[in-house]
Design a protein around this ligand. Sequence first.
Ligand SMILES: NC(=O)c1ccc[n+]([C@@H]2O[C@H](COP(=O)([O-])OP(=O)(O)OC[C@H]3O[C@@H](n4cnc5c(N)ncnc54)[C@H](OP(=O)(O)O)[C@@H]3O)[C@@H](O)[C@H]2O)c1
Length: 275
Amino acid sequence: MTILITGGRGKIARAVQAGLSSRGREVRVASREPAELPGAVALDPADLSSWSIALKDVSQVFLYSDPSTATVFVEAAEAAGVQQVVLLSSLASQADNRNAAADPHSAAEREILSGSFATTLLQPGTFMTNAIFWSYQVRATGQIRLPYLEAEEAPIHEQDIADVAIKVLLDGPGSTHDGRAYPMTGPESMTRRHQIYLITELTGVPIEPVDLTPDQAREEMASSMRNPAQLESLMSYWASRVGSPHPIEPTVELVTGHAGRTFVTWLNDNQTAFK
Ligand SMILES: NC(=O)c1ccc[n+]([C@@H]2O[C@H](COP(=O)([O-])OP(=O)(O)OC[C@H]3O[C@@H](n4cnc5c(N)ncnc54)[C@H](OP(=O)(O)O)[C@@H]3O)[C@@H](O)[C@H]2O)c1
């Protein structure tokens, strides 16, 4: 049977595909923009018939989270006889925030958990790969402009998220992962300012960190984060993490057997982004 991987153009989906394919599993990649991804099937996540085509002969799914399309997915997945879903959610949902606008992930989790298939929730915190967006600023202006530079994060490498997803899918439905929620972080807590310091130290690229006021940040981030409630939720989260080391979740090591990758490893993997 086939494993469907949604969100095909995303970094995590690509790593999940590579990991499963290299272990001989039959995978089908779905994307909203299949033209950009040779071999991928087209998927309109809001459309039941699109899911029905993508889910033909599929027993397991790696699913990107979207509360607005979760009901359609559950209907299609049950009709197709899907047995296991691994949902890429967010650590934000651990706060059990019932405000769907501020935290779309917990709404999606509730919907997917209502399905008759086995479900595992992956709940990663901040992705290391967010630094790719910082690299665009560095290349354009030599600056990284962020609010709450002293906020502590424990960013996680996208390969570690993928490794957990791969392990859960390889173990399959009926394993100890059924019904579990896996909060996930990277192995170390550090401020956003320290992350910028490490980028300069490793790449040699001089960077001016600019500590934006919350209002400056709201203005500068409005175009990239179109959900104002989610933006406000993020701002409160960063404010709460100033002077407060981020708790480290052991999930990556417990599930995969290897330690979580450090931010320095991620920078070595992505050095050219800043040059
Ligand atoms: N960035 C973080 O720090 C962070 C932390 C915790 C959780 N998350 C969550 O992890 C997920 C991926 O985050 P990211 O930053 O990697 O996002 P991204 O780059 O915006 O999205 C990655 C891929 O997800 C697919 N996708 C996006 N919106 C979708 C939708 N509504 N329905 C189906 N597929 C969709 C797209 O694939 P195709 O266009 O190929 O279909 C896209 O290429 C998001 O749900 C995000 O909220 C992110």
